[in-house]
Design a protein around this ligand. Structure first.
Ligand SMILES: OC[C@H]1O[C@H](O[C@H]2O[C@H](CO)[C@@H](O)[C@H](O)[C@H]2O)[C@H](O)[C@@H](O)[C@@H]1O
Length: 535
């Protein structure tokens, strides 16, 4: 099979600062940051945490996980043990007296209906930007050295994979300051925590999210690779995190993110180091585990691994579509994760070669080719022409979903594979309002009828790289029509959309209400408007 390089054109970065070959890690006290609290709220507040979450005094389980204590947490616990013995004890009042509730900054933002959608998006970036000085001691928020952009709504912290798609919009708006700040924050987290967490919350530290740092770094590759060089060390550290433990595996064994297949090749899966209910979805996870006959710890681990995938939740991770308790994320080798890691291997190879380190370049290129071969063997179905996830425990391929565009997007597919993926996308996923997430309708938010900005972007860009400009333009224009008609009706951008029909509908499903803001929708839409000004 002939391969088409997954290069992006070096678009429009107007980045002036000189290249820095290495960005040395700096101890936190040098940067003036407080030492992070690595206890999550459930670790710290124990019985109080369980009481608050199970009594449902907040409709969203994330609210209490994001509360900041007004005084030292140990004193709060002391007060709690005394207060709860009293007959007139009121848990809700106790929480309000002892904690500050999270604020949603952009809820006060009033859209100007006169603004075009692009102007609205550009005006929102400052509203969605958080500054390091807002850190509260003992809150679950992890301080970051530089300003960062959040998705919006209940998501008041930075999110790993969302950020790449938001960054497309910063670049289109000429916000190179934000681009650099975001990339530097993620590099800093790799130094500080050994990986990029799901988001900058203590309760997100035990997992990561789809590894897209190599794609962020690629945004700095204008005029060769000089600007990207400063992140090479971080790319290697991130790779070590994802491959941790591979050297001790035997065939059919798995450890954290790595799985050894029967022929000795290693591919990756999503994972979370904890196996308890998620702090931010505590009661939801307890109820899901109750609905399963498996040990609760296994269900919790699979729910957490599903959150690490960014597709929380989807039929891709379920053995019985529509039944969340059948979740089996850790049994699945996902097509998108392995494509992102191919991209990471190729980025390390390319940046090492540019530095004259041929031995490292050669090693990572071989790793990438090996992964590509293994994906072709286990995750590519040549009979039907589909990329699918692979269940390594039962040795079967799963159903087709929009994740199949990822190998096209990263340049890992042959021309034949890309063309056959394009045909499958047209046949099964192209809907009037854009690209559906999957063919299943389960009530989960990463299934049909929902469409999400990151999936539209990877499809548009991927098919365009492989020369199918018709399909690329078709997806882009359908998506832009969906987003702009919703914007005209509601003057807002949201997290996900129902793309199944001609009329623009807001997305629904999943474990929390639809959020507006919204980082990655804004970023992808802004960039697509630039690529396709006529729609
Ligand atoms: O609170 C539940 C879950 O929420 C997050 O997932 C969803 O929002 C993220 C931010 O936009 C996005 O990255 C993810 O793809 C969405 O499914 C969070 O990432 C999960 O860890 C969390 O449990």
């Amino acid at each position: 099979m002939t391969n088409i390089p997954g290069e992006f054109e070096n678009w429009y970065l107007d980045y002036e600062a000189g290249p820095e070959a290495v960005m040395e890690p700096q101890p936190e006290h040098i940067r003036g940051l407080p030492v992070s609290d690595i206890l999550t709220p459930s670790d710290r507040y124990q019985e109080l945490f369980v009481a608050v979450q199970t009594s449902r005094i907040f409709s969203d389980s994330k609210t209490f996980a994001d509360c900041a204590p007004k005084i030292d947490p140990e004193r709060i616990m002391f007060r709690y043990y005394l207060a709860r013995e009293r007959d007139d004890f009121n848990l809700h009042n106790f929480v309000l007296e002892n904690f500050d509730l999270p604020q949603v900054n952009e809820s006060h933002y009033v859209s100007d209906p006169e603004k075009t959608m692009a102007e609205h998006i550009d005006a929102l970036w400052p509203v969605l930007t958080r500054h390091p000085k807002q850190h509260c001691e003992y809150s679950s928020l992890l301080p970051l050295p530089k300003p960062y952009v959040v998705p919006g709504g209940r998501f008041g912290e930075t999110y790993y994979w969302d950020s790449y798609f938001s960054m497309l919009g910063f670049a289109a708006a000429g916000r190179c300051d934000l681009l650099r700040n975001m990339a530097d924050n993620f590099a800093w987290m790799i130094d500080r925590y050994g990986h990029i967490p799901n988001g900058n919350r203590t309760y997100y530290l035990s997992r990561s999210q789809p590894p897209v740092f190599a794609m962020m770094v690629e945004l700095f590759e204008k005029n060769g690779v000089n600007e990207a060089q400063r992140y090479l060390r971080h790319l290697k550290s991130e790779y070590a995190f994802w491959m941790d433990g591979q050297e001790n595996l035997e065939p059919n064994q798995a450890y954290r993110h790595v799985v050894m297949l029967p022929d000795g090749v290693v591919l990756n899966r999503y994972w979370d180091d904890r196996d308890t209910p998620r702090d931010e979805s505590y009661i939801e996870d307890v109820e899901t585990a109750r609905d399963s006959s498996r040990p609760s710890s296994e269900v919790y681990r699979d729910l957490r691994a599903g959150a690490a995938s960014g597709w929380d939740y989807t039929s891709r991770w379920l053995s019985e579509p529509g039944r969340l308790a059948s979740i089996q994320t850790t049994s699945i080798i996902p097509i998108d994760l392995n494509a992102f890691l191919y991209k990471l291997e190729m980025a390390i190879a390319r940046l090492s070669a540019a530095r004259g380190d041929e031995a490292t370049a050669e090693r990572y290129q071989q790793l990438a080719y090996r992964r590509q071969e293994a994906v072709n063997h286990y995750l590519w179905d040549n009979d039907t022409g589909l990329y699918r996830d692979y269940n390594w425990r039962d040795g079967e391929q799963a159903t087709f979903s929009a994740a199949a565009v990822t190998p096209v997007y990263v340049g890992m597919a042959s021309l034949d594979q890309a063309n056959r993926t394009a045909k499958a996308v047209r046949d099964y996923l192209l809907a009037p309002g854009g690209l559906l997430s999957s063919m299943e309708q389960t009530g989960e938010q990463w299934d049909s009828p929902n469409g999400w900005a990151p999936l539209q972007w990877m499809a548009v860009k991927g098919f365009s790289i492989y020369g199918d400009e018709n399909l690329a333009h078709e997806i882009a224009s359908r998506w832009l029509r969906t987003v702009s008609s919703t914007y005209q009706q509601h003057h807002k951008m949201v997290e996900k959309y129902n793309v199944s029909g001609d009329a623009a509908l807001l997305g629904a499903g999943g474990e929390y209400p639809l959020q507006d803001g919204f980082g990655w929708t804004n970023g992808v839409t802004r960039r697509l408007l630039e690529m396709y000004p006529e729609g």
